[in-house]
Ligand binder design. Structure first.
Ligand code: ADP
Length: 289
């Protein structure tokens, strides 16, 4: 009587072994650190003013340089725009400032401190990122806002949401701040998700703000609410925007034009538009009114 079940058990073992190989591969992938680890003796970054600088930076992911001798100076409290064709290296500049990678040549400095000597965790505490896709997880609206500061009190969360022009739509949800969102936040509109991202950044209250402007068009009411919220968020921070809107580049203190890993022009809008260069061409083609 035990023969047949024993045979089945033996087969089960083979199946398990096969699946375990898959599981092991999965864990290896999950455990791989996609960013560069901290150097031995790395220190916690402290930020007071919020000056950000790239000094003579060259960088390649594997082979083929993505940034070549890039010099960038983002002064504390200013709004700076990065513009340029797709693939120019704008997102890579963000990745270096967030210390996901160290440059092969040159230095990235915040308040004069070389990020290669700082712990990644401390760098990210001083940087808020608002990107095109907002990652929302399954949890309440309040939890989704407080992800940058999990011990924040309800009043702080509400203040951040209010400043982000999100309080109105949150109040209209079935259970307000206690409403559970689905992973990905599919029940919310694109504009609402962006305002939650701004609320998150408000609560994070970092000195340095990296903003990847949405390329997709929003309805004009949403857009006005978002622009107003962003104005509040940018105050007293060093802002660096990957810019797609004409209104953003016009008001930037300094625009850096990137092309195939180099900075080809820099200055305010009026100066750049007067030069016969890439900016004038991008201006004619790329920016939304
Ligand atoms: P932009 O933001 O201006 O569109 P990116 O910084 O995203 O430019 O990309 C610059 C170049 O680096 C592109 O050629 C892109 O294909 C390459 N690149 C970007 N990210 C990676 C990566 N993680 N690994 C390898 N190459 C990458």
């Amino acid at each position: 009587m035990s023969y047949e079940p024993a045979k089945r058990l033996a087969r089960l073992h083979i199946n398990l072994e096969k699946d375990l190989v898959g599981v092991r591969l999965l864990y290896e992938a999950i455990d791989t650190d996609i960013t560069q680890p901290d150097r031995p003796g790395a220190q916690a970054l402290t930020v007071s003013a919020g000056d950000v600088e790239l000094q003579n930076v060259s960088f390649a992911y594997d082979d083929g340089k993505v940034l070549r001798d890039v010099d960038l100076k983002f002064r504390a409290g200013t709004v700076n725009a990065l513009v340029g064709p797709s693939g120019a290296g704008k997102t890579t500049v963000f990745s270096l400032i967030e210390r996901f990678y160290n440059p092969q040549k040159g230095r990235v400095l915040i308040d004069g401190f070389d990020l290669a000597e700082a712990t990644a965790k401390s760098v990210r505490e001083h940087i808020a990122l608002v990107s095109q896709d907002t990652f929302l997880f399954e949890g309440t609206v309040a939890e989704n806002i407080a992800v940058s500061r999990p011990n924040a009190g309800r009043e702080e969360i509400v203040a951040a949401a209010t400043a982000a022009n999100a309080a109105g739509f949150i109040a209209a949800l079935p259970e307000g701040y206690g409403t559970t969102l689905a992973a990905g936040g599919d029940t919310l509109s694109g504009g609402q998700k962006q305002r939650l991202a701004i609320a998150r950044a408000m609560l994070h209250d970092a000195k340095i703000l990296l903003l990847d402007e949405a390329t997709s068009a929003l309805d004009s009411e949403s857009e006005a609410l978002i622009l107003e919220a962003l104005d509040r968020l940018m105050a007293d921070r060093t802002t660096i925007v990957i810019a797609h809107r004409l209104s953003t580049v016009r008001r930037a203190d300094c625009i850096y034009v990137m092309d195939t890993g180099r900075i080809v022009q820099s200055g305010p809008h009026d100066k750049l538009i007067a030069e016969d260069g890439l900016y004038a061409r991008l201006h004619a083609l790329q920016f939304d009114a």
